[in-house]
Design a protein around this ligand. Structure first.
Ligand code: G6P
Ligand code: ZN
Length: 660
């Protein structure tokens, strides 16, 4: 067994390492600065385990007589930190924490995280490291190696890596919660890993001049809550050193376990198949047989676009190998490190090829579009659902899934515990929740807010307008799950039509839903890369305006006389019903008498400048009026939103960058 040593590396803080809505995202060149990644990883490890550090301190301070005699290897450690550890206690899985610095140790991204944790929590700390993108570039591999080495340096007992470093965000969440075939007696927390560093910038473009990101997920499989991310940020401001180990690089292309001997004992790096755990989970949720019948039916045509993200690896396994779809139904399903130069965000603007194939672009292809199309983002947690020449808004999608889940998806056959949506997401889900008498929650933007509700058994299905849909099977949104949910609904509605009879289409499912529940016309305008100061001023102006509704209504009626009155305006604030934590400043809302809403918020996922998001929604109950074009229907409210916010005046922009 190869032995390794642990060392401390002095460092100084970097500005701006505040995790956003979903981890730390910056340009690659920012991450490439020496110690930039290491500082963040160490700050994260330091944010996670204070009690473990204290236990270690007590051990050293209170029980010096129990200190084991020095192992030769420990004695030769340049740190002289570990001489007091009793190896037999470590083998029993004791939580031994080295004060302060013991938990981190560092060198490169995947290969650095592991050694740091070995030092302070040995057998009770299993860390899982995954990343979404194609890690074949030397610097990407380096990034993994940095984290593995830091894990070893910090006392992590073992690191799990998806083969080639590839794992989708939902697969990471699934694997943290349950790794199939693992000797659970080795994991202190049952079959769960302790957490995960996910290396992704999600839907942001990739490549040397684009974005990189890292986020930490907790033992429940969900993103770190604000309490932890705030601590991480505080740590990044004061960090002075990090821990790393001279663990040799592991071949992350080869499945298997490589073990090393550190100052405190064994450290394992296990490379495993990226898809099998996830596939098994999907099979336990959905009726694959009925979906297979649908997909293999001559009448049903299908198209899936992974936008060259990691979803491609799962799409082939699930849609083609398991469910019998044609290989030709997969578009851009080879993961690429730069997403083929594209923007891996599944919306009508960026998923151009799919949009054209589905007959939705102006230059209609001649071929008849498929019945169903879907796309995913870079790390495969987002989804876009399309029918033939038809777009399903994410807000409608979650409402329709919730309305049909109990009938169409075996996992939900006993009914839903409750449903939830983010604040800017349309109220389509609210209407379903009311009808089905389900518990309902409105949370701030960011998937992490759903996790607490799910852990408390309060929420089964949830979704966001930002193309995120999911359930309590994991603690992340799940792009492939959403597609399987839709295929399940289609299979259920068509179970008697596959032989003869006309297929019920995606469009019909949505229109029938509107006829039953009413329609929430919805659109989002994004103003990307706006000057950060100007964006702040616009938001401050909107908050100030809220103090006088009379003044607001005067402005509104001056712009359009055909919209209803603003009856309430506020900054959204959320009190978590489970842990009581409060999240303030979660977006500015203007609520109208007829149920219409305007919401303004600043994006938390950009890496440059500011992005202003404007969400516009109008409810139409009258089933004879639910078939309009949404931009036409919303035109008056759009005019009001732009006028009220003085969008052009503040930002200099006469049009949004993206409309969804
Ligand atoms: C990420 C999160 C989502 C969230 C979205 C918001 O994708 O995982 O939960 O809805 O960011 O992004 P924004 O750019 O609007 O802050
Ligand atoms: Zn994503």
């Amino acid at each position: 067994m190869v032995l390794f040593n642990v060392s401390r590396v002095e460092t100084t803080p970097f500005d701006g390492q505040k995790p956003g809505t979903s981890g730390l995202r910056k340009k690659v060149k920012v991450f490439k600065q020496p110690n930039y990644l290491e500082n963040f990883v160490q700050s994260t490890l330091n944010a996670l385990t204070p009690q473990k550090v204290r236990v270690r301190e007590q051990f050293v301070l209170l029980l010096p007589e129990e200190v084991a005699s020095l192992d030769d290897h420990i004695a030769s450690s340049p740190l002289g930190l570990y001489s007091s550890l009793n190896l037999s206690q470590i083998d029993e899985g004791a939580t031994l924490v080295v004060s302060g610095d013991g938990r981190y140790f560092s060198k490169d991204a995947i290969q650095a995280i592991s050694l740091t944790t070995v030092l302070y929590c040995m057998l009770d700390y299993e860390l899982f490291v995954g990343y979404w993108f194609c890690a074949r570039q030397p610097e990407d591999i380096l990034c993994h190696f940095i984290i593995i080495k830091m894990a070893a340096g910090n006392g992590v007992r073992r690191v799990w890596v998806g083969q080639d470093g590839l794992l989708s965000t939902p697969a990471v969440s699934a694997v943290i919660r349950e790794r199939v075939g693992v000797d659970v007696s080795q994991l202190v927390s049952g079959s769960r890993a302790t957490g995960a560093f996910i290396l992704t910038a999600s839907h942001n473009p990739g490549g040397p001049n684009e974005d990189f990101g890292i986020k930490y997920n907790m033992e429940n499989g969900g993103p770190a809550p604000e309490g932890i991310t705030d601590k991480i940020y505080e740590n990044t401001k004061t960090i002075k050193e990090y821990l790393t180990a001279d663990v040799p690089d592991v071949d992350i292309a080869a499945i298997g376990v490589t073990s090393f001997g550190g100052p405190e004992g064994q450290f394992d790096v296990e490379v495993f198949d990226s898809a099998s755990d996830y596939v098994k989970l999907m099979k336990s949720i959905f009726d694959f047989e009925s979906i297979r019948k649908l997909l293999s039916s001559q009448k049903f045509t299908f198209c899936y676009d992974a936008l060259h993200g990691v979803a491609g690896a799962y799409a082939k396994r699930i849609f083609v190998e398991e469910l019998g779809a044609q290989e030709s139904s997969l578009l851009n399903c080879v993961p690429k490190e730069d997403f083929g130069g594209g923007h891996p965000d599944p919306n009508l603007t960026y998923a151009k090829e799919l949009v054209a194939r589905m007959g939705l672009s102006k230059s209609n292809p001649e071929a008849e579009p498929p019945e169903f199309g879907a796309a995913a983002d870079g790390d495969a947690d987002r989804n876009m659902i399309l029918g033939k020449r038809f777009f399903v808004t994410p807000s409608d999608s979650v409402a329709i899934i919730a309305a049909n889940a109990a009938q169409a998806i075996p996992y939900f056959s006993a009914g839903l515990n409750g449903v939830a949506r983010s604040m800017p997401t349309s109220a389509a889900l609210d209407v379903v929740a009311k009808d089905l008498k389900l518990k309902f929650f409105e949370v701030p933007t960011g998937w992490k807010f759903f996790g607490n509700l799910m852990d408390a058994g309060l929420c089964s299905v949830c979704g966001e307008e930002s193309f995120g849909t999911g359930s309590d099977h994991i603690r992340e949104k799940d792009g492939i799950w959403a597609v399987l949910a839709w295929l399940s609904i289609l299979a259920y509605k068509n179970k008697d039509n596959l032989g003869g009879g006309k297929l019920v289409t995606v469009e019909e499912i949505v229109r029938n839903h509107w006829a039953t529940y009413g329609r929430h016309y919805y659109t989002r305008y994004d103003y990307e890369n706006v000057d950060a100061g100007a964006a702040k001023e616009l938001m401050a102006y909107l908050v100030k305006l809220q103090s006088s509704l009379a003044e607001v209504n005067e402005i509104v009626s001056g712009i359009r006389s055909d919209v209803s009155k603003v009856v309430h305006a506020d900054e959204f604030e959320y009190k978590d019903p489970v842990d009581g934590s409060i999240s303030k400043h979660q977006g500015i809302r203007y609520l109208f008498q007829d149920g219409s809403r305007l919401v303004f918020r600043l994006s938390g996922t950009g890496s440059e400048g500011a992005t202003i998001r404007l969400y516009i929604e109008q409810y139409e109950k009258d089933s004879s009026k639910t078939g309009r074009d949404s931009q036409d229907a919303l035109a008056p409210l759009v005019a009001v939103a732009l006028g009220l916010s003085k969008m052009q005046e503040f930002t200099g922009r006469s049009a949004p960058t993206v409309i969804t």
